[in-house]
Design a protein. Structure first.
Length: 168
């Protein structure tokens, strides 16, 4: 049973009438009120890590090796001092802006330290052209399209299982 990503209370999709919940992306469930609170708060490093995976799966539509990517994120953060937000924007620059192919990455994000400085220069230039550009981009990354889901009544046909196989 899925649970809210904020309050961690289980969301019973079949029983809770009148409880609005949303699914902004596959596998993410929020109570509507919890989502509004989460959306208003500044993104944490954990949020940026989740946005990295969301970007890979939803925007690039690629398969990635989760454990390899997780190890690379931790390595870049500890050894290269590139935080998850920097990793996210580097990937966005390299794959979305520059249009490079995912195929050479072998399911990982090992390209990040090699293009980080170029990506950083690009994003700084964009911010200089238009003040507030990065803030808007950050908000867009956090706020995804929302699918509002409420419980609906389902009609199920009832079958008499005793009639199967001439059973008594």
């Amino acid at each position: 049973m899925p649970s809210c990503r904020v309050c961690h209370y289980p969301i019973d999709k079949t029983k809770e009438e009148g409880v609005d919940w949303i699914q902004p992306s596959k596998g993410w469930y929020f109570h509507k009120d919890c989502y509004e609170t989460w959306k208003a708060a500044p993104a944490t490093d954990d949020d940026w890590v989740e946005m990295i995976y969301d970007f890979l799966a939803r925007d690039l539509k690629v398969k990635y090796e989760y454990h390899m990517c997780q190890a690379q994120i931790e390595n870049f953060w500890k050894k290269k001092k590139i935080n998850p937000k920097g990793i996210y924007f580097t990937l966005k620059y390299f794959y979305e802006i520059k249009g490079n192919s995912w195929d050479k990455g072998h399911g990982g994000i090992g390209i990040v330290p090699y293009v980080f400085d170029d990506a950083k220069a690009y994003w700084i230039a964009q911010e200089r052209k238009k003040r507030g550009f990065m803030k808007e981009l950050e908000e867009q990354a956090k706020e995804r399209s929302i699918v509002k889901i409420t419980r609906s009544e389902r009609r199920r046909e009832k079958y008499d299982l005793s009639k199967i196989g001439g059973g008594d």
